[in-house]
Design a protein around this ligand. Structure first.
Ligand SMILES: [Ca+2]
Ligand SMILES: [Ca+2]
Length: 326
């Protein structure tokens, strides 16, 4: 028995070491390039105890008109989350919530595009979870009060990607370029997809929101889709989109594409002078360089449960071997 125990212990310890080395990739889709889980302090170190779990580092940006904190209750389903509450100023404000610095271009928005000979392909996407406590009725508050992404620039051959609310009942995903960079969409410099979706309808509910990009290799046409559903469940990206839009991006104008470096997560809000306290929570913001088959649910399968599963299998093996020796 002593020999069996030490052998099993050795197998277990080697398994634990191997698992710890592959732990992070094992928790996510093969195409995941960046994940912010907001579990830690935002001290800029990266890793599971900081705000960016995988693919880079993050730090919070202080705004005079809002307060950003890490919270644990009421849970959204994946540990700590980030909460943004507006200040007392009047009127609509928008600003940066956090700065994210990808570890490499392969962890950045640039990994979602490829500049070809005549067209630019987009591939991949992003998803996140959010929970909102209120929306006031004035125009300022409903137009663009929610804008988690506004990255890149249309100058110097770039693409500007924006995800925002159009009002309380619409989400808008937009791709912007310099003039004549786009065909087949609403303008030669802009493709936008508006979908009906209500983020707040009287109570604080967690929503799973996402967007994808795919490009037809033959025609070079990009199709972008927006997804949204209540709760913390998975979203099947092969069906059930709220809407889609197909267009073409031309590489004689768009020579650089999406940014490879630091990008910002934005938040909108309106002062309490507008008679509403805006409280927006976010968690599990993930980016992909190829379309995932699904946006997975939270809580994600984590290292602890993997280790418990392996330990359980080894314990089961011990029992079987003991029985065989009788
Ligand atoms: Ca979290
Ligand atoms: Ca909250």
């Amino acid at each position: 028995m002593k020999t069996l125990r030490s052998k099993t212990s050795s197998i277990l310890s080697r398994t634990l070491v191997a698992l710890s080395m592959i732990a992070l990739p094992a928790t996510m889709s093969a195409s995941t390039i960046f994940e912010a889980n907001f579990n830690g302090s935002g001290s800029g170190t990266g890793g599971p105890s900081d705000i960016v779990q995988y693919g880079g580092t993050g730090s919070f940006v202080s705004n005079t008109d809002s307060t950003t904190t890490i919270e644990s209750t009421p849970t959204m389903g994946q540990g700590n989350f980030v909460q943004v509450i507006n200040g007392a100023s009047t009127g609509f404000r928008i600003g940066r919530l956090a700065d994210f610095t990808p570890a490499s271009a392969g962890n950045s928005f640039a990994a979602m595009n490829t500049v070809g000979a005549s067209t630019v392909s987009l591939h991949g996407g992003f998803d996140f979870f959010t929970r909102i406590n209120s929306v006031s009725s004035g125009f300022e508050s409903v137009q663009n009060w929610f804008r988690p992404f506004d990255v890149g620039s249309t100058s110097d051959g770039g693409i500007r990607l924006i995800f925002n609310t159009l009002d309380n009942n619409k989400l808008r995903l937009q791709v912007g370029t310099a003039a004549d960079g786009i065909s087949g969409a609403q303008a030669s410099s802009l493709a936008f997809l508006d979908v009906d979706y209500t983020l707040y309808s009287g109570s604080e509910v967690t929503h799973h929101i996402g967007a994808t990009f795919e490009t037809n290799g033959g025609t070079g046409e990009v199709t972008m889709k927006v997804f949204g559903q209540q709760g913390t469940g998975a979203i099947d990206t092969s069906s059930g989109e709220l809407g889609s839009l197909t267009f073409t991006i031309h590489s004689n104008v768009v020579t650089a594409g999406l940014p490879s470096g630091t990008f910002q997560m934005h938040t909108g809000w309106y002062g309490t002078a507008n008679n509403v306290t805006s409280d927006i929570d976010y968690d599990a913001l993930r980016m992909y360089d190829a379309m995932p088959s699904s946006f997975s649910a939270i809580p994600e399968t984590n290292v602890a449960s993997l280790l418990m599963g392996i330990t359980g299998l080894l314990a089961g093996g011990i029992i079987v071997r003991r029985r065989r020796t009788r």
